[in-house]
Design a protein around this ligand. Structure first.
Ligand SMILES: *Cc1c(COP(=O)(O)O)cnc(C)c1O
Length: 478
């Protein structure tokens, strides 16, 4: 049978033996690729000819799987986004694991739709949610759901808080004059601002409160802002704490925020994208005290949790409130039944914006089962230790300047008198280590976020040596 005839007969293969053999080769190639990460450049730009191959006409005729794979190995795999590499420190991105990859393959093979119905993959998602509810002290009644990432988890949390404040009728009548305000520190992630926009509450109703020298929200400034709003007739409905700000990794005083939220009758949400899983590390956990008092918590397994992209989680203390915001109501084609495949009392589509959803929970379940929570905590503790070691190297150098205190796993620094954005770009193009940049108090900072479990002291050394060499070359030239 020719390939074309095979395709005409349907997409499933008739050649299981051939597919299996090719599948083994693909897996082997990917293991080789993962094992050799350190020996290859972290990032490189594809050639124009390579890019041009991805602006092609849609393929009408069937092709061979091995050819598509060969093209993947030649054009795609070597030109990835670099976050798996031990020298990657840019932005805040995890590096994944081989176990996570294997779990993704199994999830793809199972092709489960986790929108709802009665099947074991849903039990796996509930299992991970209940592990996390226990870990964060939310209790057995809490609910939760996997989402793409914290951007979406934060949006969902703002929706739940909105409905709690304005009444669930807002789902029908829309937001008119909300009469409410939300509060977060100046350093809060931009996705909280966008959530105010996307929920119809308006970004003007988000108060960005001053931070102290460590980048943490100033509780007295928060209280003053609330008092001013109350005097103007606005009710505080939401206080967002950051468990690790994206810029410098600052952890707000979550206990103080919980107190204020309780006093004001506002929802207390924690953006824990970056730092929440720090509760697994005995060194970091004390800094997160108060996280167990949140009404809702967003976190990312694809950052310090080391799961492959994408895997965000929303935890909600009040499961009924969670469901009130997202329930599909009584769409006849989504009716639950008492038995059969349409059974099961917990349908994720009633707890988030998606109907069809993949099996994100499986890679997290495999990661937690395989490595265990303690090992994950040790990886997070080590990332913070490496950040401290980098900060110490920066402070020991006259040429370098530390631009922010290091509270977690992020180090912001600069080569004095140099164009630090150019240093970052030069380092990225050289492909050995990759910091990103940010702006702190009007100055461009090199930003090194230690997230990847593969990063070692030798990578910190390579970063420092690279920055010194480039900074010296620049300042000598100018
Ligand atoms: C990464 C990050 C986000 C956004 O999360 P995504 O998973 O990228 O959507 C939000 N807040 C903080 C503090 C982050 O570090």
């Amino acid at each position: 049978m020719s390939q074309a005839e095979r395709t005409a007969a349907g997409l499933d293969p008739d050649d299981w033996a051939g597919l299996r053999a090719q599948g083994h080769r693909m897996l082997d190639d990917m293991f080789d690729n993962l094992e050799g990460l350190r020996d290859r450049p972290l990032w490189q730009a594809p050639t124009d000819a390579q890019r041009a191959r991805y602006r092609a006409e849609p393929p009408r005729a069937p092709g061979r799987l091995e050819d598509a794979h060969a093209q993947f190995m030649a054009d795609i795999a070597p030109y990835g986004s670099g976050n798996r590499h031990p020298g990657f420190m840019g932005w805040v991105q995890g590096g994944g694991t081989a176990v996570g990859m294997l779990a993704e393959m199994l999830a793809g093979g199972l092709d489960a739709n986790l929108g709802g119905r009665d099947h074991m993959p849903i039990e796996v998602e509930r299992q991970v949610v209940s592990w996390m509810a226990e870990l964060f002290g939310f209790g057995p009644q809490a609910s939760g759901i996997f989402l793409t990432g914290t951007s979406l988890a934060n949006l969902c949390a703002v929706m739940i808080a909105r409905d709690r404040a304005l009444g669930v009728e807002v789902r029908a009548i829309g937001v008119r004059d909300p009469g409410v305000a939300a509060y977060a520190s100046r350093a809060v992630h931009a996705c909280i601002v966008r959530a105010m926009d996307m929920t119809g509450l308006g970004t003007d109703r988000l108060r960005l409160i001053d931070t102290d020298a460590d980048g943490r929200i100033v509780p007295a400034a928060l209280e003053a802002a609330i008092a001013a709003d109350r005097a103007a007739g606005l009710k505080p409905f939401l206080i967002v704490g950051s468990a690790g700000t994206v810029d410098i990794g600052a952890i707000d005083d979550l206990d103080a925020l919980a107190d204020i939220a309780a006093r004001e009758g506002a929802t207390f949400h924690v953006d824990g994208a970056l730092g929440a899983l720090g509760v697994l590390s005995p060194d970091v956990a004390p800094k997160l005290k108060g996280i167990e008092r949140a009404d809702s918590l967003a976190l990312d397994f694809h950052k310090l949790g080391q799961a492959p992209y994408d895997a965000g989680l929303l935890l909600v203390r009040d499961a009924a409130a969670h469901k009130r915001t997202f329930s599909y109501g009584d769409a006849p084609y989504l009716r639950h039944s008492a038995r059969g495949l349409a059974g099961g009392e917990w349908w994720p589509c009633d707890f988030g914006p998606d109907l069809s959803r993949g099996f994100r929970a499986l890679k997290v379940w495999f990661t937690l089962k395989t490595y265990g929570l303690d090992a994950l905590g040790a990886v997070i503790g080590r990332a913070c230790d490496l950040a401290q070691a980098l900060a110490a190297r920066v402070e020991a150098s006259e040429e370098l300047e530390l631009l922010a205190p290091v509270g977690l796993n992020i180090v912001c620094f600069a080569y004095r008198g140099a164009d630090n954005a150019a240093i970052a770009a030069d380092l990225q193009e050289a492909g050995r280590v990759a910091p990103s940049t940010t702006t702190l108090a009007g100055r461009t900072a090199l930003r090194a976020a230690i997230v990847n479990h593969r990063t070692q002291m030798e990578d910190i050394d390579a970063l420092v040596e690279g920055v010194l060499a480039l900074g010296r070359a620049q300042t000598r030239r100018s």
